[in-house]
Unconditional design. Structure first.
Length: 156
């Protein structure tokens, strides 16, 4: 399994296909596997890169602080590691927030940005949903990933 050692995490990612690069950024509590059946058709024409965001999937440790800004910096580091000067970016849900942050950090490296099921602003309702997910992961039943550090959510 490919991974990139950064200063505070080991970023897991998957690559499929060949062609121009497209980075798929999963939503909150989702990982690279969440793109499922989209990978094969995209990989016919693109190099599909799917990182596991902080606190998800096989990226470790699960206790690393996370935010859309930090995840965007992680993706830029991954692009640097893979020698990718620019890539199409697709973000789903919270991945859309991450993708938007990425476009702000490095607009010259993002020729296109596609946001799926994401909002241009963080509504109070959304913040409560995200906070509830974090609380479940922190205090939920055995078998869930338990956090014993602060999880930073965009807009808190």
């Amino acid at each position: 399994m490919p991974s990139l050692a950064l200063s505070d995490i080991n970023l897991h990612y998957k690559i499929d296909g060949t062609g121009p690069p497209v980075v798929l950024v999963a939503g909150m509590l989702s990982d690279s596997a969440s793109w499922g059946t989209l990978v094969e058709p995209l990989a016919a024409d693109f190099t599909v890169i799917r990182p596991d965001n902080r606190s998800t999937g096989r990226t470790t440790p699960a206790l690393a602080p996370t935010s859309p800004q930090q995840n965007a910096r992680d993706i830029l580091a991954l692009m640097d590691h893979l020698n990718i000067p620019s890539a199409q970016i697709v973000g789903h849900s919270m991945g859309g927030y991450i993708a938007a942050e990425l476009a702000v950090l490095a607009p010259e490296r993002i020729p296109s940005l596609t946001l799926l099921c994401s909002a241009p602003m963080n509504l109070r309702r959304s913040w409560h949903v995200f906070q509830t997910f974090c609380d479940i992961r922190l205090n939920g039943p055995e078998g869930l990933c338990h956090f014993n550090s602060t999880v930073y959510i965009y807009g808190c």
